[in-house]
Write a protein that binds this ligand. Structure first.
Ligand SMILES: [Zn+2]
Length: 339
C-alpha cells in the first residue's frame, strides 16, 4: 500500500478503513513545558491567545513528531472567563463558578450566551493559523467538553453527584443541555476546518457514575449527539472504564480513547471492529516518568493488542520530557520494521 498522508491515515483509521500503518498521535492535550520553552508559547496565555495556542499545538507535530495537531490544552473552552480560573504554567484552567445552584437555574441556561465569551472565536482563529502552518495533509483534532462534562460544569460536583442519584428528571435535563452545548460547539469547529473533535467525558465514567446509569441515561444522549454531528467525534474516557467498554462501543462515537486502566487486549476483544480504539500508553506513569525503552515496549504491546490509533492514555503531563513524546512515533516505526 502506498504511503498515505497523515490526514488520510488518521481519518481512514477512525472510519475503520484499511491503512498502511497505525497513526501515532494524541487525541488529548499536548502542551508540555519542553514545548513551551522551545516555542515561547506558555500556559496560561496559550489557552486564551490564538497565536500562542497554534504555536504550542503545532510544536507537538513539528518537534515531537506526533502525527496530528491537537488543541486546546484544557477542557473549559468555550466557557466564559467569569466561570474559570486561568491556572498557571503547568496547571490547566478549571471551573470555579458553577451557574446552577438550584434546579430551577437550569431553566435559565442560555447556550448562546455561554458561547458569547469569545473563547470559541479563539479556537476557530487557532484552527485557521494551524491549517495555514501545517497545510492540508495533517489532521487537526480539537477538544470539546462532552455532555456529562458540560452538565458537571453547569451544576458543580455536589449537585452533579446528588441529582444523578436522587432526581432522574433533573439529571436528564442537565445532560440534554450538555448534548445541545456539545453539539453546537463541535459542529461549529467541524464546519471551520477541524477534522475530528475529541470529547473528554471523565464525569460519565465508573469512577463517578454507576455503569447502569451510564447505559440508561448517557448512552442515549450520546446517540442523539452523534446522530446530529457534522463530522468525526471521539470520546475520551478517563479512569477505569472497564465496566462500560461494551456500551461505549455502541454509543455512536466514531472512536473511543481509553486509559491504561483498561487493558487494550480486553478492550479490543469486547469492542471488536465496532469502533476505532485509541490508546493507551500510560501518560502519568510511563510517558512522564519512565525511559524511552519502556515507552517503546508499552507502545508495541498496544499495537500487538490491536489498537487502531496509538496514543497516550490521557493528556500529556506538562513535565513529560520531549524525548519521551518522540518515542511514541519511534515505537510505531520500529514495530513495522520488525514485522
Ligand atoms: Zn483521561
Amino acid at each position: 500500500m502506498n504511503e498515505m498522508t497523515l490526514r488520510d491515515r488518521f481519518i481512514s483509521s477512525i472510519k475503520r478503513k484499511k491503512t498502511d500503518k497505525v497513526p501515532a498521535c494524541s487525541v488529548t492535550q499536548t502542551g508540555t513545558l519542553d514545548l513551551m520553552k522551545l516555542t515561547g508559547a506558555y500556559w496560561p496565555k496559550a489557552h486564551f491567545n490564538a497565536e500562542d495556542m497554534a504555536a504550542l499545538a503545532v510544536a507537538a507535530y513539528e518537534l515531537a513528531g506526533l502525527e496530528a495537531v491537537r488543541y486546546p490544552f484544557d477542557i473549559t473552552s468555550p466557557l466564559p472567563m467569569d466561570m474559570i480560573i486561568e491556572g498557571n504554567v503547568e496547571t490547566q484552567p478549571s471551573i470555579v463558578k458553577f451557574p446552577c445552584d438550584e434546579k430551577s437555574d437550569l431553566d435559565n441556561i442560555d447556550i448562546e450566551q455561554l458561547f458569547d465569551s469569545g473563547r470559541m472565536d479563539t479556537i476557530i482563529d487557532a484552527t485557521q493559523i494551524i491549517r495555514d502552518k501545517v497545510g492540508d495533509d495533517v489532521p487537526l483534532i480539537a477538544g470539546a467538553p462532552g455532555p456529562a462534562n458540560v452538565a458537571y460544569g453547569l451544576v458543580g460536583p455536589n449537585n452533579y453527584l446528588t441529582w444523578m442519584i436522587t432526581d432522574e428528571d433533573t439529571f436528564g435535563n442537565m445532560v440534554d443541555i450538555g448534548v445541545e452545548f456539545s453539539l453546537e460547539y463541535s459542529n461549529t469547529l467541524l464546519e471551520n476546518g477541524v477534522d475530528a473533535v475529541c470529547m473528554p467525558e471523565s464525569n460519565a465514567g465508573p469512577d463517578l457514575m454507576p455503569p447502569q446509569l451510564f447505559e440508561s441515561m448517557i448512552v442515549p444522549a450520546y446517540k442523539e449527539l452523534t446522530s446530529r454531528s457534522k463530522g468525526l467525534l471521539i470520546m475520551h474516557m478517563c479512569g477505569d472504564a472497564v465496566w462500560i467498554v461494551d456500551p461505549m462501543a455502541d454509543s455512536g462515537f466514531d472512536a473511543i480513547s481509553i486509559e491504561e486502566k483498561v487493558n487494550m487486549e480486553y478492550a479490543k476483544k469486547v469492542m471488536g471492529d465496532r469502533v476505532c480504539i485509541i490508546g493507551n500508553v500510560s501518560s502519568a506513569g510511563t510517558l512522564l516518568w519512565k525511559s524511552e525503552d519502556d515507552i517503546i515496549a508499552e507502545a508495541k504491546q498496544c499495537l500487538d493488542d490491536g489498537v487502531d490509533i496509538l496514543a497516550p492514555s490521557c493528556g500529556f503531563a506538562p513535565r513529560t520530557p520531549l524525548d519521551n513524546m518522540k518515542a511514541l512515533v519511534t515505537a510505531r516505526d520500529e514495530y513495522y520494521l520488525e514485522k
